[in-house]
Design a protein around this ligand. Sequence first.
Ligand code: ATP
Length: 234
Amino acid sequence: MLLEIEDIHVHYGKIEALKGVSLQVDEGEIVTLIGANGAGKSTTLKTISGLRPLTSGRITFDGKDISKVPGHKRVLLGIGQSPEGRGIFPGMTVEENLHMGAYARKGDLTKDMAEVYDLFPRLGERKKQAGGTMSGGEQQMLAIGRALMTKPKVLLLDEPSMGLAPMLIQQIFKIIEEINRRGTTVLVVEQNAQQALSLAHRAYVIETGKVVKSAPAAELLTDPEVRAAYLGGD
Ligand code: ATP
């Protein structure tokens, strides 16, 4: 097991956003967490990456209890996150943004940059362009590329399809598949359940802060309840 979350509770002030979420991610998997607006998907990812503190529960990564490890140290352990809303540095160039992803690492970044440009040729064509002037899809690519520069063992992706045209969504999901094929474990949260379930090996469904279902992704694609609630069912 690469990542295990056990019964985590997370609060925003008095609001309990996560009410005992448990999930597991094995090395080499693509796992998706799907759910409606406000169900707790982003909060789950933020808690794994250390941006939100736990009220209770435990997070184990690579055999180590990281529940109390600060976020910047979790990056060094191999947890890379591409946040919702992308969060790139708009005034910095593509190249500088990628460098920022690797700020905590020493050594030669040329090879890692080349790998990101290989995955996202579009970024390679725009190395000197300011991040903030790129299209939504390009910024999404940049955010994922920047997270890859941390050399993560697990890549956490928050709504990679958000705000993108259908063609671009396909493209981004293909690239996520390729990232996984090259050896990175992926945990992706999505409102676009159809795409996420088509991509992932396994899936969890979260409703109002609780996991209500978990199964192989292909199984959930044909699950009547999931179809009705999340796939515009029939
Ligand atoms: P979305 O897709 O809309 O981001 P989500 O499933 O990712 O939804 P979260 O963003 O994790 O959901 O939110 C879970 C719950 O926590 C919601 O009820 C939300 O209103 C609440 N919440 C999230 N962020 C905050 C915050 N900064 N302050 C207070 N409450 C918050």
